[in-house]
Design a protein around this ligand. Structure first.
Ligand SMILES: [Zn+2]
Ligand SMILES: [Zn+2]
Ligand SMILES: [Zn+2]
Length: 296
């Protein structure tokens, strides 16, 4: 504040007084240097330092009146003014009725107070968005790293993270790029298959397929000597849904029965799959899970 309390010793021209009066101020004194004066607001009585140039060529603003106006406008808009944004003088910091803190341009608060637009709390809104996403099996992760306000980052039930337009999340008109395309929208099945390998190892395989029967015969079995039986199939509206159900089920089983997963080396000579094989003792548990999925 160097200089702002220091009176500048210089004459005050009578015309300056007249100009100050006409603009709603008393000219009190010169301050700091030859360019500045102290004005007292007729409305609120507060002092404000202004450039002489501003006084002569424009309407000087009373900082105190402006502050009161901002507070009043906030109140009218249903907000609580908390202060000025230290980084951007055009922005105020407000507390919304929902309790969240918002940064807004003063002009926008005026428009809200005037009923010309509505306040939109980003935080609340993202709560709603999170629900929308959850309905489709996605989790809202955050705003777009590319800065487009219409996009968000979501994580799919399969674990894949993807940038999706919010409108598309609402309409469902998009696909998880990790879950593939085409098949994703086609009906599918989750299945459980019981297998007995020539080594005597008895296992259950859990998976999903559009056609579990053909999967059993054409893809799963590398060679004869393996006995296989399709235990259960649960229809799913889409391949996408099937994949997500299957992944979720694997996660649940891994948590509840971490020891039941058969290591790859026990079956790699016989089966073309790499994982998703459980010990035979898991059969009733897996079938129960599948029946629960069917009931949903
Ligand atoms: Zn004032
Ligand atoms: Zn909010
Ligand atoms: Zn996915």
């Amino acid at each position: 504040m160097d200089g702002w309390s220091r009176t500048y010793a210089g004459p005050i021209k009578t015309e300056w007084n007249a100009i100050a009066q006409s603009k709603g101020f008393d000219l009190i004194r010169r301050v700091r240097d030859k360019f500045h004066v102290v004005l007292r607001c007729h409305t609120c009585g507060a002092m404000t330092a202004q450039k002489l140039f501003t006084l002569r060529t424009a309407q000087p603003a009373c900082a105190s009146c402006r502050h009161h106006a901002i507070q009043a406008m906030a109140q009218k808009a249903g907000l609580e003014f908390q202060g000025y944004d230290p980084e951007d003088h055009k922005l105020g910091v407000y507390r919304a009725p929902c309790g969240h803190t918002l940064r807004r341009q003063f002009g926008q608060i005026e428009r809200i107070a005037g009923g010309h637009c509505k306040l939109r709390c980003e935080t609340c809104h993202s709560g709603k968005e999170a629900e929308e996403a959850a309905d489709r099996g996605w989790q809202l992760m955050g705003s777009d790293p590319e800065g487009n306000p219409n996009y968000r980052i979501y994580q799919h039930g399969c674990g894949h993270t993807q940038r999706v337009a919010r409108a598309n999340m609402q309409s469902g008109r998009f696909q998880c790029t990790a879950c593939g395309e085409g098949w994703a929208t086609a009906p599918s099945h989750i299945y459980a298959i019981r297998l007995e390998l020539p080594t005597g190892l008895r296992v259950v395989k859990l998976g999903f397929s559009r056609d579990p029967e053909s999967r059993l015969h054409n893809q799963l079995l590398l060679q004869s000597g393996i006995q296989a039986e399709l235990l259960r199939t649960v229809p799913q509206p889409t391949g996408h849904a099937a994949l997500c159900q299957e992944k979720a089920l694997h996660r649940a089983l891994k948590t509840s029965h971490p020891d039941a997963i058969i290591p790859h080396e026990h079956f790699r000579d016989w089966l073309s799959v790499k994982t998703e094989i459980y010990g035979i003792e898991m059969t009733p548990i897996i079938l129960k899970h599948l029946d629960d999925i069917r009931k949903k």
